[in-house]
Design a protein around this ligand. Sequence first.
Ligand code: NAD
Length: 457
Amino acid sequence: MQNGNGRHGNGTFTAQLSIKSPMPFQRDVYRRAVYQEPAPLGHSDNPFQEMMERFAEAAEIIALDEGVFTYLSRPARVHITSVPVAMDDGSLKVFEGYRVIHNEVLGPSKGGVRFAPDVNLDEVKALAAWMTWKCAVVGVPFGGAKGGIRCNPAEMSPGELERLTRRYTANLMDVFGPDKDIPAPDMNTNEQIMAWLLDTYSMHVRRTETAVVTGKPLALGGSLGRKEATGRGVMTTTLAAMERLGMRPADSTVAVQGFGNVGSIAAMLLHEQGCKIVAVSDVSGGYYNANGIDINAAMDYAAEHGRSLAGFDGAEEITNEELLELEVDILAPCAKENQITEHNAANIKAKIIAEGANGPTTTEADKILKDNGVLVIPDILANAGGVTVSYFEWVQNRHGYFWSMERVNRRLDRMMREGFDKVYDAGEKHDTPLRIAAYIIAIEKVAQALKLRGIYA
Ligand code: NAD
């Protein structure tokens, strides 16, 4: 029975929830949603604002309903928790921990936990929203979340890190869960941290719950192919982009910034596909060889030298700034955020930028790259391979079954390929860069699910 204000007696909202606004979308709505008061749009180092800039642009193109826009611009829940830790020297230190659930309309929320001295709530909020969009773009049935602890892991002993992780997990017992919110590794967290998180959660619920976390060691239910998944997704989407532009791997040169998990695997796999990797870099600097770098030798070197390329002699030394501006066909920023900015975007010569890192390109740089006809495969698509195989890990845990590497890679390649094609087609349809097209795909998917579910009140 419907009452006068459009609600059933059981409280569900029955008025047709439309994802499209009958009125043209107003940028003012965005300003109000972000700042709670009108404020100028413009450049910002604040990752939440960077994310909102793109979200607002995509929302405007599809005339997203204002209410839906406001709903998706805010996290569903924000948890801030004090994490007391008994330090090795007998002192007590209290760390600030965060877990932000941005959205769970498509499924349980998913996202990493980072440990860093400068983690803050705005950063975690932005990263949580990015997870929502990332999962939606590639068709992973998860919502978005992110967590963090403000600490300096480089100064902490393994015992202190273990106690920090366990107490953070205990504090968030009501938040985490295989059907609710599933953490994963991120900056400065790894398989071991995930193993402690799994153990702490399992102790509390009195059963071993492997599906509560992904990116865990193989021996505890981790998935084959998870470690390589993000770099592999970068390779798959880059090949898909090259096909669209009529570029052949054998004729293409590549520069990769960042030689960690994502960059080194992306470089190796693109090399295996026939591309010539002429430059790689890490925090120690850039390494250039016009004849092609021996990627296996570089990986062995980094493995033997504390994950650093410092002193690698198979190439000439250049700076990280020079690497970005090299005369190459493909540039893969796989290190950190804000590397391609209004200061260097005009000097970039690559035809394709494949964003292995999260947020390597600023909003201002995007405009310059668009004008110069550079095809940017955006982070929420290019690096979604990691969360895709995390999803496979969760599926395997829940089935109590292991997939072969071949099965993991085949399914990953298919999902990344389909994600790329959808985004590319949306870019053509709306005449927008792929980043905005990816946001459009993601927003439409989440908004559609929201419309079907309705607003429960
Ligand atoms: P990592 O720590 O394994 O590697 C980072 C690499 O970047 C290292 O080689 C480091 O030396 C280098 N680096 C750091 N600062 C640099 C600088 N200023 N200039 C050049 N190189 C620099 O990290 P990762 O897991 O490879 O992640 C890299 C990026 O990819 C991050 O933005 C991360 O958020 C993103 N990402 C990672 C995954 C994943 O599954 N690992 C998934 C999605 C996105």
